[in-house]
Structure formats: structure tokens, C-alpha cells
Design a protein around this ligand. Sequence first.
Ligand SMILES: Cc1cc2nc3c(=O)[nH]c(=O)nc-3n(C[C@H](O)[C@H](O)[C@H](O)COP(=O)(O)OP(=O)(O)OC[C@H]3O[C@@H](n4cnc5c(N)ncnc54)[C@H](O)[C@@H]3O)c2cc1C
Length: 370
Amino acid sequence: MEQRQVIIVGGGIAGAATAWALAEAGCTAVTLVEADAQPGTHATGRNAAIQRTAIPHAQLHPLARESAAFYRHPPAGFCSHPLVEPVGVYLTAPQGADADHTQQWIENPAFAEGGQEVSWDQVQKAHPYLAPREAKAWFFPEEGIFDVHAILHGFLHLAQLAGVDFRWRCPVTLLCQEQEVLGVQTPDGPLYAQQVLLAEGGWAGRLLPPTNPHRFDVRRRHLVVSGADSRIHPHSPVVWNLGADEFYFRPESGGMLMSACDHHPVSPQQGEVLDREILGLVAEKALRWLPGLDNLTAAHAWAGMRTFPQQPGFHLGADPHYAHLYWAAGLGGHGITCAPAVGRVVALQLLEGGCGLPFNRRSAAPLLRG
Ligand SMILES: Cc1cc2nc3c(=O)[nH]c(=O)nc-3n(C[C@H](O)[C@H](O)[C@H](O)COP(=O)(O)OP(=O)(O)OC[C@H]3O[C@@H](n4cnc5c(N)ncnc54)[C@H](O)[C@@H]3O)c2cc1C
């Protein structure tokens, strides 16, 4: 019977960051199993790569701040080039209720730090094709655009060097308990461990019995990248317009990456399927927000899943109902921004719960069956 200390289900940023944090703490009898042939093909490989630490949630903002420090000074061997291009991020909101609400939380240090209030003219100076607007704006000069590929592979590389074992093309089909040991069924056969971490992104909770108390809300979001256009400066800041008419954009590959911030609930099967209506909405918002960029054409479009737990915040750490089971799930729209801190927090709970200690046969109750 093959037995590990921790099995991590899911090779996105949540699983990778936790694998790294466990290895960093000396817990290396860890196997990460990923259904796909390579890591990061779902939400982690389909996001907008925007670092935005201003988040109106008292659990998430500190995680984002801690992670920002990590990204500025990653550990030796993580990556040989900067992980964030600090082009700056503008958060804006139309005058009225949206601006008042945004101002309230943005000036609260529990939710935002380092932002300076600026005029709309300043935003327009950075993006001259923007429509004139009655809006409030704040600038976060140190934030910007992630190199998500480098971040994911930095975590995996250091975890692998420390001895963490990875299994790609290895979907877990069953979560079970045998002889008081937690186990997962995979095409390579069963794997057993003292602890199992669920980091399954949009599939969170799917391995648990239908009666389990955890519910996740999977929301699809589309991103569109325009063709290259000489009017777009490749290092101009991100602009994220909050409020009822939410829309964000940033330079990408010579063009503009844009989202209409759609958030329709979907099943994981539909989570990456493009909806033409939403693509039309992006085009409509682009015309309205960026009138100076007429004749912009779409070069690429894709969709991905943002997964939310029922309670606002992330779903992290020891499961209150099932012994030996842990979570790094429900990272919503901030998973890359917060990943290093998520990894640290979850690894700490795994360590406190037994990882690194001699194998302990505390009985898991109630019995889990997928
Ligand atoms: C359009 C979009 C834009 C976003 N923009 C940003 C942004 O600008 N900034 C930011 O910080 N965040 C952003 N996010 C959010 C961020 O991408 C996610 O929070 C993060 O990637 C979630 O990572 P994860 O590891 O939880 O999920 P995933 O990356 O989806 O990884 C989960 C993995 O688990 C695997 N898996 C599932 N079930 C099993 C199983 N049974 N067996 C084995 N493997 C399994 C899957 O194959 C998958 O690879 C965005 C998300 C989307 C969709």
C-alpha cells in the first residue's frame, strides 16, 4: 500500500503553492495529482493576470498584501526574472453611489493600502482613447501584471527539487477511507495518505458524497484580447472600472485584454465554453469605454471558472466535518494575487494537523465515500 503524508488533488495555483509551502517547511512526502496532462490548464491558465491587492474583504486583503511581498522578493531559485510587471493599476468608479461605496472601502486599511486618489484626466493621460467620464479613480503604482506561468512553475520547480512527487493525467475518481487511512483512487491505482488536500478549482467538493455540507458557486468569466494596435502602449496601466458597469482592460501582446466582468453561474462542464452573447457584450463595452480605439478586432477569446464558497472569502484549511481532509478552494477572482499566502496558511494547518509527525491512525469520521 503506497502511503504519503499528504495527497494534493489539483495542480492549479492553489495546489502548487501549497506543495511548495509544505516542502519549504520540510514536509516532502507529498504527492500532487492532477487530472490534466499538465498543470495550470484551468482557472490558473485562463485568468487576467492582474495583481490587485485592494479587495473589500478582511480575510483576502491581508493575504494579497503578504503575497505581494513574496512576489517582490521570491525565494532563491523561484524565477530568474520579475514575477510582476508593475505597470500600475487604476481602480475607478462612476460618481454617485458606486464611487461613494468604493471610496469607503478603499480608504479602509483593512481592505486597501498604497492607493492614491487621482483625477480621471490622469487615467485618460495613460489611456488617451478612453471616453470622458464623471468618475473617481485611485492609482496603485506598485501593482500590475503577473507572469502566471513563471509563478506556477516557480512553485512546482522548488517543490519538485525538495522531493514532492507529481502525477499528471491522474484524475482522482474516488475519495475513500480504508483501514482508517484516507485514500484516493486514481488510474495508477489507490494512493493513501495521512491527509488529503482538495485544491480542485471549479470541481471543488465533487469527490465528496452529495450530502456533504460544502457548496461552491462556479461563475464563468470571459476574456477577449484584441489584435495588436499601435495606439495601445504595451506598458500602460491596468484600468478596472468597478460598479454596475464593471469593465477592465490592460495591454496584452500589443493589443488590449478586456473583460465585461460577466459572472454567470455554470457547471464545470460549461465553465470554459464561450458564449457569443458575452463576446458581444465585451465588444459593446469596448466601444463605449474606449471610443478612441475604433476598429479594434478580437484576436483571441476564452472563458474560465471563478469558484466561490458559500461564505465570502476563501475556503482554506482543515475540514470541520471530515477528519484528515483539508481545502485550498474557492479562490474566486483573486487566486493568483493571494497564492503564496494561501499556500502558507494551508500548509500550516496541514502541519498542525499531523503532516511531518509519525503516521497517526486517528479515525476519520464520518466515513468518506465518493
Ligand atoms: C477569467 C478569469 C480572470 C481572472 N483574473 C484574475 C486576476 O486577474 N488576478 C487573480 O489573482 N486571479 C484571477 N482569477 C482567479 C484565479 O485564476 C483563480 O482564483 C485561481 O487560478 C484558482 O486556482 P485553483 O488552483 O483553485 O484552480 P485551477 O487552476 O482550476 O486548478 C484546479 C485543478 O484541479 C484539477 N482537478 C480538479 N478535480 C480533479 C480531480 N478529481 N483529480 C485531479 N485533478 C483535479 C483541475 O484539472 C485543475 O487543474 C481569474 C479567473 C478567471 C476565470
